[in-house]
Design a protein around this ligand. Sequence first.
Ligand SMILES: *Cc1c(COP(=O)(O)O)cnc(C)c1O
Length: 388
Amino acid sequence: MIPYGRHSIDQQDIDSVVTILKSDWLTTGPVVEKFEETLARKVCAKHAIACSNGTTALHLAILAVGIKAGDVVLVPSITFLASANAARYVGADVVFVDVDAETGLMTAETLEEAISNNKQKNLKAIVNVHLAGQCEDLEAIHKIAKKHNLFIIEDAAHAIGTCYLKDGKYYPIGSNAFSDITTFSFHPVKTIAMGEGGAVTTNDPEVAKKLKSLRSHGMIRDSNDWQTHPSDVGPWYYELQELGYNYRTSDVNCALGLSQLEKLDAFKMERAKIVEFYDEQFSDHPFIKPMKKLTHSDTAWHLYIVHINFKNLKSRAETMTVLRERGIGTQVHYIPVHMQPYYKNLYGDQMLAGAEGYYSTCLSLPLYVGLSREDQQRVVNELIKNAQ
Ligand SMILES: *Cc1c(COP(=O)(O)O)cnc(C)c1O
């Protein structure tokens, strides 16, 4: 079976984890810190805070920028559920933003439109999702956010290793050059695997401090930050000022993450070669269209998505079933979140033409480190043969 995605674990990864299993720490110890420092350096952020997964990273980010009940967060409709759900965890509401039907990304235009249609609402933040690893024009989105006084949270679950290109300069996703805070996921299906894992990056020391405390129940151990100073205090003492969670990760997970991070550049290159080969194979194809590539995104590809107008052909479900029978896994990223019953019940029926157009034609093909050229050729041949 050729899956649509999978992790790539080598002996170095295994050795790193085994070393930790033999050490004094299994949970939050020195390797978590080392992972955080390495990740921060890699994406050019001042602070990185590791946590239990990409969803808790989003929840922490929402809390850390101060989103609360009654606030409204703008989220593109083509994304994983978690990008929107994180706002709901704090009782905030979601306005779904339409996307470009070719890239699946929220654009400056679709964002402006969503803002002007919802002016009377208490808009507070934008969650910008870098679908498949590709990023939109971040400076344009940043300008709109500043004009309307909105925070930008980048959901970079797909985009570790991607750089935004502007005026000849490379800005790594996670550096927050055009945003306030960025979240990552290190679920095995993503580009870097930690088992379960996530992280948040920021350049604001106060936000970093808040993230660290919220990740661990809201406990504050630094006496400089206490609100009260009882006489009977000692090394055991801590304060709770704001409700937090246990969203910690462990040295075991971070040992794997650290070892994987060392290979990020190589992973990015290998994925780019696979993408390039697919693009060549489909370049003149009458009905299989590779996803549009944006020149300002130096992309670390997480997904390889093609667009097929299934209306005049075999249905997508049928195509996927036939491919599965032929040993090829494919996937759909994603069902527009505004169409989910949970959100329909909250906000009623909505029509987002870009998102719905995108959804009706998208199909993710196998893309992972270790996918051989032979297997890739088989995917191409079987898709061409069976999708009609
Ligand atoms: C995977 C994913 C998440 C959630 O990450 P987990 O680690 O699975 O919790 C959030 N947003 C997007 C866009 C994702 O793809």
